[in-house]
Design a protein around this ligand. Structure first.
Ligand code: ADP
Ligand code: MG
Length: 459
């Protein structure tokens, strides 16, 4: 495709919805919305940003993601430049013209400027949520919360790996409560945003105001709570605990989403951890292939795009473990058709999907890669890791390897067992549980596992 075929504006509005999914709502609102496409010429895409702070944030933290998204769409290398212009106006108009944000609802209470919480995504409703075995329990719990906020399941704690519907389900609760209990103040906030607000409040001496803001809440939806302790440390954890207690003591509903169950959260405060488990804990698992097709159908329908069923099935088969990635691929397929105006063929789709699954952030680890890494890191020969030796060091390295295989891949216990020299699934489960318990009990083990996981993900 020739790059002159698409203007900077067109390219940017195509890439925005994808970027929003990738970087998250908080970052999107904070920095991406403030950027305006200036030009796209000779492979150079120039964004105009309002100040140096936004430029640095975008360049240092999100530059590679933005470039990758642009390149995925035009299938050519892009040189991303930022230009600071004091007069650059926020790209709100442009964003508002794009379908995804057309009906974003404002929050009810606008008086706390810096403590404004995020609007709910209008697409994340119960109607748009496909119910299947992988999420039936969490879905039922969510409906119960809507029926009787603050009184049935409090808190409701939803956890899963990334991209399996936590935010969607949590926001569906928010939408429905707003409809059915109109007097209730529903507040959705990502933990990251909560921490950012807290930091500003401390910096500007506005703690009293910050606390007041959360006192009016009837339903508090806190997303990605793992950020709180993991990144910012005790101050934000304490403030979260404070808010959580104040609300739940008054029978206000709290819903929490997290990438790990409460006992694996890096929270120093055991009381908080056990409080989080006092309501109901529900997980979301990977949907099977029929459910993935149903989700894609719903998504295509919601976007008003017709994609042949064989193509949806093909996508659903190829991308298994993350619905966000699956939807990203669908969007790319759509973008491809609208940009190229050529009919879709499976060959084209295959190219798009192949490209997707090899992108570094979504690289799927194999058992072999994990075991090789552990072997290197523990200085333990690979043959011993999968072999019969039982010395303490080898057994420990093997248990860690099993744990990582289970955490980082979708292989079944028996698949992992056969890889580890034909061990049976209960042996594998035992090893996995043993390390999980240590992770929950011993901070050093927790840090080691997290460190190894992120090293492997960047592999
Ligand atoms: P998480 O918060 O767990 O990372 P999200 O809630 O952001 O995941 O979901 C990722 C994408 O997948 C969203 O676009 C969401 O609408 C979609 N999705 C997830 N689960 C379902 C489902 N059961 N039915 C329809 N769409 C879903
Ligand atoms: Mg989420």
């Amino acid at each position: 495709m020739s790059e002159t075929a698409i203007s900077g504006q067109e390219l940017w509005s195509t890439v925005l919805p994808v970027l929003r999914e990738r970087v998250g709502q908080a970052t999107f609102d904070a920095v991406l919305k403030a950027a305006v496409p200036l030009a796209f010429e000779g492979g150079t895409f120039t964004l105009c940003v309002p100040n140096d702070f936004v430029r640095r944030m975008l360049e240092e933290r999100h530059g590679p993601t933005i470039s990758a998204c642009l390149e995925e769409i035009i299938a050519e290398p892009v040189d991303l430049r930022m230009q600071v212009m004091e007069t650059a106006r926020p790209a709100l108009d442009l964003w508002e013209r794009t379908a995804a944000a057309a009906t974003v609802m404002p929050t009810a209470r606008q008086e706390f400027d810096i403590f404004e919480t995020s609007p709910l995504n209008p697409r994340y409703t119960f109607e748009n949520f496909v119910v299947a075995d992988c999420n039936r329990f969490a879905h039922a719990a969510a409906l119960q919360v809507v029926r009787n906020p603050g009184h049935s399941y409090n808190p409701l704690f939803i956890h899963s790996k990334a991209g399996l519907g936590k935010t969607h389900l949590m926001q569906a609760i928010g939408h429905s409560i707003r409809q059915q209990h109109r007097h209730m103040e529903v507040v959705y906030v990502s933990a990251e945003n909560f921490v950012n607000q807290l930091i500003s409040a401390i910096r500007d001496n506005r703690m009293a105001e910050f606390r007041r803001r959360y006192r009016y809440v009837d339903v508090w939806l806190v997303d990605d709570i793992q950020f709180i302790a993991a990144i910012e440390g005790p101050a934000s954890e304490e403030e979260f605990f404070h808010t959580f207690n104040a609300l739940s003591m008054n029978d206000k509903q709290v819903v929490i989403a997290s990438d790990a169950p409460p006992r694996q959260l890096q929270m120093m405060n055991d009381r908080l951890r056990s409080r989080l488990e006092m309501g109901i804990v529900a997980d979301l698992r990977c949907p099977d292939v029929e459910t993935r097709v149903a989700i894609l159908e719903k998504k295509a329908e919601a976007e008003g795009i017709h994609i042949p069923r064989d193509i949806l099935e093909y996508l659903a088969k190829k991308i298994e473990s993350n619905i966000r990635v699956l939807e990203g691929a669908l969007l790319k397929v759509c973008a491809h058709t609208s940009l190229n105006q050529s009919p879709l063929s499976l060959a084209v789709v295959d190219e798009i999907v192949a490209d997707y699954s090899t992108s570094p952030s979504e690289h799927r680890l194999t058992l072999k890669e994990i075991v090789e890494y552990v072997s290197e890191r523990f200085n333990c020969p690979l043959a011993d890791l999968v072999g019969p030796k039982r010395s303490k060091d080898i057994a420990w390295a093997r248990q860690v390897a099993v744990y990582l295989c289970r955490e980082l891949t979708d292989n079944s216990l028996s698949d992992i067992g056969s890889f580890f020299g034909g061990r049976d699934h209960s042996t594998i489960l035992y090893a996995y549980n043993k390390v999980s318990e240590m992770v929950a009990e011993d901070e050093k083990v927790l840090w080691l596992m997290n460190d190894m996981k992120s090293a492997l993900r960047d592999h």
